[in-house]
Design a protein around this ligand. Structure first.
Ligand code: NZQ
Ligand code: ZN
Length: 389
């Protein structure tokens, strides 16, 4: 295992009724002005908005609304939130939603107190957060990104066509509330893409050095098996509490830094997807579903032993006289088959990307990961994207 220092400062409240039981208490140590951030309105349809505002009103909180955070939040939206927070002397941000809401809130929490251009100094390049961002609490309504228990925020700057993420521990939410019942209303397409995002986060960590026996990889295998078991159940029965709970916690576990301990982590598929998103605004999990099998077909020979383990221990494929190469390839094909079964796109066209000429720009602006089993070139990225078209 590589050396590591571990800390995670987010307090988690998980389970049925957790918002009703704990929200007032969790907010009690902050002032009265609450920036209530959310997305395009799903929380108004499914009753979560009413549940949360009833609690805030009963506590005498002054609610400042910050609605309409879009999927793939933009830097412009971050600046809008920061302006609202400053003008209204906001004491605490409460983000209610998925990765897009949570990420936008993290960037707002910095932009509201920092005088600098946060895109230039903290997203375009990595910066040192030597100030305290506004405190943030989150209520998760869709499983997938795991943003609730890390400092990561992925922001799109439309002007320069860059979608990029940074993980600043000071942006970890102070608390995260997760009631799996809140995810019952997530539509099948988003359930599948969020579920695949979880799987992708785990695979991107698992398929990286070091490969010697280590507990992080063992945990990763258990998490991958859990997602593969529970995602089809949640798609079949959206109100299956057990399946929704497992997906919700697997999502957090995949991104709360625990399985990354002692590992290098790759995230090349994410880098490709992020730039694809910057150019096309595609769905995050859907983009990963298209890219991942092609990427893994490209690199499995460079991490053969690990891909063999993936085939055997995650997908339960037996040797039956196969070579290691055959077994590893079958593991990747099992992944591709799973993607088809959960109804996610397998080509860029199915994802809605119709302009092939864009792919060159996507490939050439894509970051290259140093954690991949095979360090990619921009031309190889282009080859993968063209293969996926
Ligand atoms: O906007 P509303 O109306 O709320 O609808 C949302 C949105 O359309 C809907 N939804 C959420 N909860 C729902 C619901 N619909 C019905 N019932 C509910 N309970 O779901 C849609 C997608 O929401 P969004 O937040 O965009 O999805 P997700 O959680 O997948 O977040 C995606 C964003 O997170 C970034 C992605 O790149 C993308 O920008 N990521 C963040 C990461 C992080 N911070 O660690 C890591 C990830 O790899 C990822 O890059
Ligand atoms: Zn992701």
């Amino acid at each position: 295992m590589n050396n590591f220092v571990f800390e995670n400062s987010t307090k988690v409240y998980f389970g049925k009724g957790c918002v009703k039981e704990y929200l007032a208490d969790a907010l009690s140590s902050y002032g009265n002005n609450v920036l209530l951030a959310y997305g395009g309105g799903s929380i108004k349809k499914n009753g979560i908005y009413d549940e949360v505002t009833t609690i805030l009103e009963a506590e005498g909180k002054n609610i400042i609304e910050f609605p309409n955070i879009m999927a793939n939040p933009t830097y412009e939206k971050v600046l809008e939130g920061a302006k609202l927070a400053i003008e209204n002397q906001v004491d605490v941000i409460l983000g209610v939603g998925g990765g897009s809401v949570m990420d936008c809130c993290k960037a707002v929490s910095m932009a509201a107190v920092c005088q600098e251009d946060i895109w230039e100094n903290f997203w375009a390049r990595s910066g040192v957060v030597d100030f305290e961002p506004l405190p943030l609490g989150v209520i998760v309504t869709v499983s997938g990104t795991g943003s609730e228990m890390n400092g990561g925020a992925v922001i799109t700057n439309e002007e320069v066509k860059v979608k990029t993420g940074r993980d600043y521990p000071k942006c970890n939410p102070k608390f995260a509330m997760m009631n799996p019942e809140y995810t019952f209303t997530v539509p099948p397409k988003q359930t599948a893409s969020g579920g695949f995002d979880i799987l992708s986060h785990i695979m991107e960590t698992y398929f990286s050095e070091p490969n010697e026996d280590n507990v992080s990889d063992d945990i990763s295998e258990a998490l991958m098996r859990s997602v593969i078991r529970n995602l089809p159940i949640a798609l079949e029965n959206p109100s299956d509490y057990t399946a929704r709970s497992n997906l919700m916690w697997a999502s957090t576990m995949a991104e709360n830094r625990i399985i990354k301990l002692g590992k290098k982590a790759d995230f090349q598929a994410h880098q490709i997807e992020h730039q694809l998103g910057a150019y096309t605004d595609c769905n995050h999990g859907g983009g990963l579903a298209v890219i991942s099998p092609a990427y893994y077909r490209h690199i499995y020979a460079f991490g053969l032993k690990k891909f063999v383990r993936f085939a055997k221990d995650v997908w339960g494929i037996s040797y039956d006289g196969k070579t290691e190469e055959q077994l590893a390839a079958e593991g990747v094909e099992a992944l591709a088959q799973f993607i088809r079964e959960i109804g996610l796109p397998i080509t860029l066209r199915e994802l809605g990307v119709t302009d092939k000429a864009l792919l060159k720009e996507v490939a050439h602006s894509c970051n290259i990961s140093s954690g991949s089993y095979k360090r990619m070139t921009q031309e190889e990225v282009l080859g993968i994207l063209e293969e996926c078209f």
